[in-house]
Design a protein around this ligand. Structure first.
Ligand code: BGC
Length: 251
């Protein structure tokens, strides 16, 4: 079995990909990024992914491909579409990408992929009990791990708090949209993470997404009983986790 695979992370705003060293959990060579095509339609996204893979200098024809996507994904079928086109709902995404790329592809939820990367290579290594991975980006992604094992498709970013789908208030996109200061955003994160804590009593919460590189601006402001730490693989976690699960799916 090859020790390399291609990981692709599809987001509401950008599509990123790289060749991954599955042993060390690091990227090989350059990471390529494209804007997510306007409207986020399946055919358009699949074409961008094919173009991106063709641009990866270290990608080889036989390499496995793992893709992560911002939706519930069950057996390769996308079941929701919070920040992408509604055409994804009920679509066989494994089949779409396998056809477009001409090789077997496995699609999983983006937060699940990021969580797998943190559990295997990052902040969640060797942590027993319940670990909740969260990603703060266009939406809020979440992934649950019990003793290192993924319980897929937790959609806790959509917890209804104070009468609203709370991703609309506490995601990084909400901070940007409303031009919130770090302190004001942290107040919303406090509400969100306290709710997670009250409902699940996690042993560890991990905070990922691009903004986690500025964790010093907001994590120290949170008062929680469970430990909460920044992701180590940050914005590459989706790519790493998708590639790691591509390998697994093909075994
Ligand atoms: C989606 C999740 C996704 C998260 C992060 C949410 O809006 O429902 O499936 O993991 O955004 O992209």
């Amino acid at each position: 079995m090859s020790k390399k695979a291609i990981g692709i992370d599809i987001g509401g705003t950008g599509i990123k990909g790289a060749v991954v060293n599955l042993k060390s959990g690091s990227l090989i060579g350059e990471r390529v990024r494209h804007e997510t095509p306007a409207g986020g339609k399946p055919g358009d996204i699949a074409k961008v992914v094919a173009k991106l893979i063709a641009q990866l200098p270290d990608a080889k024809p036989g390499m496995l491909v793992g893709i992560c996507f911002p939706a519930i994904v069950r057996n390769g079928i996308t079941m929701s579409a919070a920040n992408v086109a509604k055409e994804w709902i009920g679509l066989d995404a494994d089949a779409l990408f396998t056809k477009e790329l001409g090789r077997p592809v496995h699609v999983i939820n983006d937060a699940d992929a990021a969580g797998v990367a943190e559990i295997k290579f990052g902040a969640g290594q060797d942590v027993d009990g319940l670990v909740i991975m969260t990603t703060l980006g266009t939406g809020i992604g979440t992934a649950l791990f019990m003793n290192g094992k993924l319980v897929p498709n937790a959609e806790l970013g959509h917890l209804e708090i104070e009468g609203v789908d709370y991703e609309s208030k506490a995601s990084f996109a909400a901070k940007e949209r409303e031009d919130l200061s770090w302190a004001d955003w942290a107040k919303r994160l406090q509400v969100y993470y306290s709710t997670l804590e009250r409902l699940f009593t996690p042993d560890l919460m991990i905070v990922g997404g691009g903004v986690s590189k500025q964790h010093e601006e907001f994590l120290p402001k949170l008062k929680l009983n469970s430990p909460i730490v920044p992701a180590i693989k940050r914005n590459n976690a989706g790519i790493l986790g998708a590639a790691a699960l591509a390998k697994k799916a093909a075994k």
